[in-house]
Write a protein that binds this ligand. Sequence first.
Ligand SMILES: C[S@@+](CC[C@H](N)C(=O)[O-])C[C@H]1O[C@@H](n2cnc3c(N)ncnc32)[C@H](O)[C@@H]1O
Length: 450
Amino acid sequence: MIGLKSIAGDPLLRQLMVAGRVSDPELERVLTVARRALLDWACGTNASGGELIDFFGALAEQCFLNEYAFAESDDEHVAVARIAAQLSERARAGGYIPPAWLIATAAYRPLHAVAGTEALLGRACPTPIERLLVLQVQEPLEERTIRAALPALTPIADGVSRTVQAQYEENPYPRWVMAAPAGTPIALDDDIRRKFPLAPLRPRGGGEHLDVLIAGCGTGAHPVETCRRYAFARVLAVDLSRASLAYAARKTRALALPIEYAQADILALGTLERRFDLIEASGSLQCLADPQAGWRVLLSLLKPGGLMQLGLYSKLARADINAARTYVKELGFPGTLDGIRRFRQEALAWPDGTPGKSVTRLGDFYSTSGCRDLLFHVQEYQHDLPEIAAFIATEKLRFLGFDLDIRVVHAYAAENPDDPAMTDLDRWHRFETAHPATFVGMYQFWVQKG
Ligand SMILES: C[S@@+](CC[C@H](N)C(=O)[O-])C[C@H]1O[C@@H](n2cnc3c(N)ncnc32)[C@H](O)[C@@H]1O
């Protein structure tokens, strides 16, 4: 408890725990032990704890944000079930609830899953508990209401789409807290010229508004960022998962942005009568059995001269991720909370150099939805550059450039002085073959419709 007191007093650590997912193996170990101390306090086996209430509250927020990815022992499981049952009974009866019960339960289970906790909303309570009730009861209730009212633009009929939908209904991804800071909105053409000064961009001209489609918008971080980046943007953001869309819509409401959310399957969007200046599909087309079929549907919705930003998985860059995926498959870990927890503990214990070990250095490894998206995905298509180049040629698109870390751009430029516009995909393929980690953050690139 003495060691715990010294870290619990650190305001930076507390801020880190409530601002997003903690992605560090050592810190995860410390927080897992701290959570056990919280549970002991709630069970009465450790009398002290009240002076750490701010820290424990932040820890429970972190556990909710990472969707309870930390290891949980059998005796913790039993103890939490008992405390949650007592909490539920008192909440329904309007009785006194010791703060430790509520915080400990919230650190192991989402409070909205404990019957009767809605009755606690509006009760006067200490700030850490009030924050937990908002995060784990009030906001999920709001999402339930939003979810029921979301429009559906297309049916979800395709078998793979339905399987993918089920994954993201259970685990909306990514769970985000704060949007990236907004800069001054910029015109789309100016943004492209700034990124790719020598790319063969045809000026688009266009009207007062920029009509944007985000295809596979997830939980809203993506459309929010795009909507704030471009001047006069009006965004339609679609996804298969109503749970993801509800999360997105709730977060967007707080930012008052012109983003319309709707459920749709990219594959069925061809019937949509709207057309767009910009379409973004990042991290979504690889969930289709045939990503190119989805890409074609999206191209049909793009205005002539319109721009498209894509994010596709690279087979070469994901070699070590594939080693971990193979391990998951061969040992039969299910994509459930329990299966993901068990796999994570094994992977954290692997010695360095074990095939697949690099996944423990990726942020997604540190939350349940992230780990499921990364290693337990029900459908994942991986590309290579010749395949992308062939599609671009067949569809007569202009390739404008990759979004990449500036160090990679400099390395490519140094090795390829004959490609000043950096748009030669054959050269990029040779570069990637020599440096396979180049696109570990996906092939993120821009094309223009002819
Ligand atoms: C990895 S998440 C990426 C979300 C978002 N683009 C981002 O970058 O944060 C992939 C999303 O694509 C959605 N998706 C996958 N296949 C889709 C389809 N056929 N139609 C619409 N959305 C789809 C999933 O439901 C999921 O929310």
